[in-house]
Design a protein around this ligand. Structure first.
Ligand SMILES: NC(=O)c1ccc[n+]([C@@H]2O[C@H](COP(=O)([O-])OP(=O)(O)OC[C@H]3O[C@@H](n4cnc5c(N)ncnc54)[C@H](OP(=O)(O)O)[C@@H]3O)[C@@H](O)[C@H]2O)c1
Length: 285
């Protein structure tokens, strides 16, 4: 298959390159591929892919509050450009989205059919991107994921691993629950979705199980064998001006029906911390 990966140099994009390496890959990387420009559509048409995995996005949740128009331009208008081109070349579009399309009031895991109601600018821009993708390309699958971490780029796990080595106490939000998701595991699932299914519509793909950011941080510190104190705080005490859903746990119902499941977040985290620590000890020796 000929597969275009947009955002190929991002956290997920890097992992996708590894798991899809037996295919002919086109790597859509800024600035040659720029979602803000009209010629993004031409870029996709010239790449002429069978499948597009659209992982490029404006992902800075905090900054999106200051520049909501930019977030909307990249995540909604840019996604629409990709979707229009996908439709023209007859490609399947697999488009990444987020748990932040929900308001977190449900209290039980969100299913693909639940009504979104985003609380922040990033969530609104991603939801608009979902709608435009589905409207512009009939062969679209929206894949909502959450709390991503992996080897590439900055993420919560890497931050806590660095901070665990410092003496000062860690204060971590305990009143938001979600599903930590290993980018490598998500990439592997996206490869199976690409190769084995023709699912369309919306699917959730997050690590199994759920936790609060505080529980997630405690698990990281414990796996590190570190002794730094971790204290729970409320979202209000965190100093973030961004409203986030208090409960954005997703149920991966659609993928389960296709026989595809994701590993539990605790096992994935254990693997990840081990890998990072052994890579560091190899570097040191
Ligand atoms: N990270 C999470 O916790 C999380 C949670 C839920 C959903 N998601 C979704 O999952 C997908 C992958 O996330 P990720 O963590 O891999 O994101 P990431 O590491 O931030 O990668 C996003 C990529 O998009 C590129 N990009 C940004 N603006 C662009 C533009 N105007 N034109 C072309 N490319 C542009 C970035 O390039 P530069 O680096 O050069 O800016 C980067 O390579 C995204 O759709 C995201 O919304 C992520």
């Amino acid at each position: 298959m000929r597969i275009l990966i947009t955002g190929a140099d991002g956290q997920l994009g890097h992992e996708l390159q590894l798991v899809l390496n037996k295919h002919r890959l086109v790597l859509g990387v800024w600035p040659e591929f720029d979602l803000l420009k009209d010629d993004a559509e031409q870029y996709v048409r010239e790449a002429d892919p069978d499948v597009i995995i659209h992982a490029a996005a404006y992902t800075n949740v905090e900054r999106a509050e200051q520049e909501p128009d930019m977030a909307m331009a990249v995540n909604a208008e840019g996604t629409e450009r990709v979707a229009r081109a996908a439709s023209k070349v007859g490609a399947r579009l697999i488009c990444l989205s987020t748990d932040y399309v929900f308001d977190g009031q449900k209290g039980t895991p969100y299913e693909e059919t639940d009504k979104p109601n985003p609380l922040n600018a990033y969530g609104r821009s991603k939801l608009e991107g979902e709608r435009r993708a589905l409207a512009s390309c009939s062969n679209t699958l929206i894949v909502r994921t959450a709390w991503l971490y992996g080897r590439y780029g900055n993420n919560f796990v890497k931050t806590i691993m660095q901070r665990a080595a410092e003496p000062s106490e860690l204060r971590v939000v305990a009143d938001q629950r979600g599903c930590p998701t290993h980018a490598g595991d998500l990439a592997a699932v996206l490869a199976r979705v690409t190769e084995e299914t023709d699912v369309r519509g919306v699917a959730h793909a997050t690590g199994a199980g759920d936790c609060s950011w505080y529980e997630f941080a405690c698990a990281i510190v414990s796996l590190m064998g570190a002794s730094v104190a971790v204290s729970p705080i409320t979202a209000g005490e965190s100093g973030s001006a961004v409203r986030r859903p208090p409960y954005s746990v997703l149920a991966n119902r659609v993928l389960a029906r296709a026989g595809i499941t994701m590993p539990h977040w605790k096992g994935a985290l254990t693997r990840f911390v081990r890998e990072v620590r052994s890579a560091v000890s190899v570097e040191r020796s």
